[in-house]
Design a protein around this ligand. Structure first.
Ligand code: ZN
Length: 433
């Protein structure tokens, strides 16, 4: 059995090498190329691609004649963007209550319907130049993994999905108000943890279903339950043994502190992080995914949700508080990873909605290239994927986009003017002609 397997593998590797040797190169001329590692813009670079990977970065003058060339010399070329916090299989209306919508979806929306709807949302990311997403739960029982596999095998179009499977959470998950006799419903959306040993089992189940990352709810606000430090430690130790990162949803400062004590790799949201917690994150190189929204998004949301236009003072205090938290995190040296967490239907495509994160980070005072680095290289680093995504470099996937305009002086308009999208060497969009 093993011998046959070995022979098969040897044959496959040889066949693969032969295919590579016969492949023709495609060249991209980049007028400006964003080097996401050094966080600089380079002029007149030539990207050579074979199959789904980049093989070399050189200068225009090295371009061989009679080769296939994609001329992006009038544009700025970037690695495909990464949204590190999505919920492709979840969508609610602005006026809907999260728990009520969840119960409704879990009892009245079939998995098939949910995945088909999710696949449309997934495609919309690629349309916006977001070629990878980290999808963090609220996706039924591994429907995110199914969607990822369907995209990877080419059955449907979509971004690379790094899927978490069901979120690991304490009793009740995030769905509040469900009666004890109906608690089974929660298990359709979350993996409920009861004790450190069970936490280990949960990670093993996830590994067995081929998840890419582990997501926990350090707290379940507004539910009062939370994972204990020992439970989170057990999750982290098991996940790290499989080289999987653990990222923690956290609303309260205490739950973030618990998660950090237990050794998680990242904190999602972190709305209420104290300076002492941020200092600890910086010391341990734990990233923060700030998932807030821009002023324009909040205004749209408030209108759709039916708020009284005279009572929108809370938006000002929300924006002020979140700007302050982002600044403190940056000043104290916490790595920032870009993520949207946009799952409310604000009547634009999901990909378009996700891009509001760029507007928010810019409004909060982050510089354009720093925002781009948070949505490319830094994001890839914290997923252990720098050899694959988030960086235009030899060996990486040819996930390459181009934008029209001046990124430095006109960031939002430019990042929203995507004229070219390539994923894995395949051109999805090219409106440069
Ligand atoms: Zn989320």
């Amino acid at each position: 059995m093993y011998k046959i397997l070995f022979i098969t593998l040897t044959f496959l590797i040889t066949a693969q090498t032969k295919i590579l040797a016969q492949q023709k190169s495609t060249y991209i001329k980049a007028g400006l190329l964003y080097d996401s590692k050094s966080n600089t813009l380079l002029k007149n670079k030539l990207i050579e691609i074979q199959g789904e990977r980049i093989i070399a970065i050189t200068d225009f003058k090295t371009l061989p004649k009679t080769q296939q060339v994609i001329d992006l010399s009038e544009y700025t070329v970037l690695p495909g963007l990464i949204d590190a916090h999505t919920h492709v299989l979840f969508s609610q209306e602005a006026q809907e209550d999260f728990a009520e919508h969840s119960v409704h979806s879990l009892t009245m929306e079939s998995d098939a319907l949910r995945v088909l709807r999710g696949s449309k949302r997934a495609k919309s990311y690629v349309d916006q130049g977001i070629t990878s997403i980290k999808d963090l739960g609220n996706s039924g029982i591994y429907l995110d993994v199914s969607l990822r596999d369907a995209i990877n095998e080419g059955s449907i179009l979509g971004p690379r999905i790094f899927a978490s499977g069901p979120i690991l959470a304490a009793e009740g998950g995030q769905i509040y108000g469900v009666l004890p006799e109906h608690q089974d419903i929660i298990g359709l959306e979350y993996r409920i943890i009861s004790g450190p040993e069970d936490a280990k089992n949960a990670v093993n189940e996830h590994v067995n279903q081929n998840v890419d990352v582990i997501k926990i709810c350090a707290d379940n606000i507004p539910n009062k339950t939370y994972l204990t430090v020992d439970e989170i430690k057990s999750v982290v130790n098991t996940a790290h043994a499989y080289h999987l990162k653990v990222t923690a949803h956290s609303i309260t400062n205490q739950s973030a502190w618990n998660a950090i004590e237990a050794g998680v790799d990242g904190i999602e949201h972190g709305f209420n992080l104290a300076d002492s917690t941020l200092v600890k994150m910086a010391e341990k190189n734990i990233y923060l995914v700030p998932t807030e929204n821009s002023r324009a998004y909040m205004d749209t949301y408030a209108k759709l949700a039916g708020y009284n236009p005279n009572e929108l003072g809370w938006i000002d205090s929300y924006i002020k508080k979140m700007k302050d938290r982002l600044h403190r995190a940056i000043d104290l040296g916490v790595p920032i990873v870009a993520g949207s967490d946009n799952y409310t239907d604000i009547k634009v495509s999901r990909g378009e909605s996700s891009k509001d994160m760029f507007r928010y980070y810019a409004e909060a005072g982050m510089k354009p290239l720093d925002i781009l680095q948070s949505s490319t290289y830094i994001s890839a680093v914290h997923l252990n994927k720098t050899n694959d995504i988030g960086y235009i470099a030899p060996q990486a996937y040819a996930d390459i986009i181009a934008v029209k305009g001046d990124l430095i002086h006109n960031f939002i308009t430019t990042i929203n003017s995507v004229v070219f999208v390539m994923k894995g060497g395949d051109v999805y969009i090219n409106t440069t002609d």
